[in-house]
Design a protein around this ligand. Structure first.
Ligand code: AMP
Ligand code: MN
Ligand code: MN
Ligand code: MN
Length: 286
């Protein structure tokens, strides 16, 4: 395998098992076509696609790490923690994710009621048409329904006008704790990674608390190069990785050819002075 930082690793994307539009097999093929050498499928709160993704990667002669992206509530905000290289058959991890997924259906019905009050009817049923995994109805599926019905032009506009705090369709939700999410990942012999830190609306103090507590719970890495960051944020979070002694990850967060602006395997390489997260996971790469 290509050594160290000059590796086309894409360790963050979504399939129909969560809120992506492509199957694990189609994603593997797309990743291979785009030159990805090390891949991970990281569905939200779900590892149901892991065996399929690993098998598809093997077919294409692409290295693979198991993955997931866990929804966490920290300081009143939703934070995402990516897990990489864990044992997908670990019982505590599976139970933890099952608990985290619970409540999504109830939340979806409340989102639908809230949208109805804003004059948008049938959103629950409408969103369901886009759901690939009945356990994982997400805001993204509602966003696709609002695009399909012409309420908005694209999903990013939906999030701007609906489904986010203070807007119609937003329903607050309590996800896993940071401590639990990191514990599930590390006890299953994986590495926990703070996903796209540039996306959270934290004050500098809150962000410092996130990194400090994440470290104290056993977290080991942070996404530096992600489809959610600007070039300035690559630099900013490269410095944060150094400051906290964290390894660095790289991932597109690809969801769909029609919606995602960053395709699999197309991001810049990790800055050379950082420790790539895959160096911590050498014995778990398949
Ligand atoms: P949920 O887990 O149901 O709260 O949905 C979260 C998902 O919504 C994220 O993983 C993204 O895929 C999507 N999302 C959140 N904010 C935005 C945004 N501003 N633009 C596009 N997609 C978004
Ligand atoms: Mn998503
Ligand atoms: Mn995320
Ligand atoms: Mn993601």
């Amino acid at each position: 395998m290509t050594p160290q930082n000059i590796l086309n690793a894409d360790l963050h994307c979504h399939s129909v098992v969560s809120d992506g539009t492509m199957t694990p097999e189609a994603l593997a093929e797309r990743a291979k076509t785009n030159g990805v050498e090390l891949w991970a499928l990281t569905d939200h709160d779900e590892i149901g696609g892991q065996h399929r993704a690993a098998a598809a990667a093997r077919t294409h002669g692409m290295h693979y790490l198991t993955g997931t992206e866990i929804s966490v509530t920290f300081a009143g905000e939703t934070v995402h923690i990516v897990g990489l290289g864990f044992d997908p058959d670990d019982a505590a991890m599976q139970q933890g994710l099952r608990n985290t997924r619970g409540g999504r259906e109830q939340r979806a019905m409340e989102m639908s009621d809230s949208l109805a009050k804003a004059g948008i009817r049938g959103a629950y049923e409408g969103a369901l048409k886009f759901v690939g995994n009945p356990d994982l109805i997400s805001r993204t599926h509602f966003a696709r329904f609002l695009v399909e019905t012409g309420v908005c032009k694209e999903t990013s506009e939906v999030f701007r006008k609906y489904l986010t705090e203070g807007k119609p369709g937003y329903v607050p939700h309590r996800w896993a704790s940071l401590q639990d999410a990191v514990a599930w990942i590390t006890s299953a012999k994986g590495v926990a990674v703070i996903a796209h830190p540039g996306r959270y609306k934290f004050t500098p103090n809150e962000e410092y608390a996130l990194f400090t507590e994440f470290k104290s719970h056993g977290g080991q890495a942070v996404e530096v190069v992600t489809g959610s960051h600007s070039a300035q944020e690559y630099v900013k979070y490269a410095e944060t990785a150094k400051e906290f002694g964290l390894a660095a990850s790289r991932g597109s967060d690809f969801h769909s050819p029609d919606e995602s602006h960053t395709d699999l395997g197309t991001l810049p390489f990790l800055p050379g002075h950082l420790t790539p997260v895959w160096e911590l996971l050498e014995d778990r790469i398949r």
